[in-house]
Design a protein around this ligand. Structure first.
Ligand code: 5BU
Length: 272
């Protein structure tokens, strides 16, 4: 089955996909995208909890998802970061994506997902994993999510099928096999971190895409940027933008509006 060709999902509206997707998390995400008219995920790569929470409150109206690297927050406590973050998610109607990039055996990732000081499964609607260890990693994370899924709490997993960084090894047969693994637990594994539309015709995987920037082409540390138009035309459903919006020299609200508008215009152009 060809897995790296454009599938018909590209031309279908977010609204239609919201009613047909196999994953409750994906349906909720697509509902948020449709009602807020934004396919923008802002990446909150900051080390201060005050800065993180201020960005979330200021940019909340313009995003469908905030992406965190919770382990870079210097002054992290669950009470002072996760609790207000979850409250802000209710206030602004967005989902939280902890970009944990799990990469171990199933038993270990289950503990990493549910335990320790972060307890990611308790609050992150979305997380992601490398397919490198084999399908046991998906079983382990699914086992960690199950108590939440049974309570009706939306939880979803993205596999890293492709990466944005220069020289990365997630290409060709690796990407193809990752797509094959993503067919396990379709109510949980709902899509990919990828640079292009993936999946066979008729399949609907949500494609979330980092390495999007309207001004820079690279960051000197291997990151490679494509424009919003390029990413969406290639099949990205949700664009992920960090420093293009939150860098110290940026007017973050103005940039969030700029990327939101560009993302929505690119989506409408793809629908035509
Ligand atoms: P930037 O500031 O827009 O370059 O931030 C990109 C974010 O997306 C950052 O948090 C990375 O960890 C994340 N990322 C990425 O850039 N490329 C990838 O392939 C993956 C994640 Br997976």
């Amino acid at each position: 089955m060809p897995t790296t060709t454009m599938s018909s999902a590209t031309e279908i509206s977010y609204e239609t996909r919201a009613s047909t997707h196999a994953s409750p998390l994906a349906r909720r995400l697509l509902d948020i995208v449709t009602s807020k008219k934004t396919n923008l995920c802002v990446s909150l790569d900051v080390t201060s909890k005050t800065e993180l929470l201020e960005l979330v409150d200021a940019l909340g109206p313009y995003v469908c998802v905030f992406k965190t690297h919770i382990d870079i927050v210097d002054d992290f406590t669950y009470e002072s970061v996760v609790v207000p973050l979850v409250a802000l998610a209710e206030k602004h109607n967005f989902l939280i994506f902890e970009d944990r990039k799990f990469a171990d055996i199933g038993s270990t990732v289950k503990s990493q997902y549910t335990s320790g000081i972060y307890k990611i499964a308790d609050w992150a609607h979305i997380t992601n994993a490398h397919a490198l260890p084999g399908p046991g990693i998906i079983d382990g994370l699914y086992a960690g999510a199950k108590p939440h899924l049974e309570k009706g709490e939306a939880r979803g997993l993205l596999l890293l099928a492709e990466m944005s960084s220069q020289g990365n090894l997630a290409t060709g047969a690796y990407t193809e096999q990752t797509v094959a693994y993503a067919r396990m637990h379709p109510e949980f594994t709902f899509g990919f971190i990828a640079m292009h539309r993936l999946g066979a015709p008729g399949e609907d995987f949500i494609i979330m895409t980092p390495g999007v920037g309207l001004d820079a082409k690279s960051d000197g540390l291997g990151q490679q940027y494509r424009t919003v138009d390029e990413a969406v035309a290639e099949g990205s459903d949700i664009i992920i933008v960090g420093r293009g919006i939150i860098a110290k020299d940026k007017d973050s609200i103005a940039e969030a509006i700029r990327y939101r508008d560009a993302g929505w215009a690119a989506y409408l152009a793809r629908l035509k």
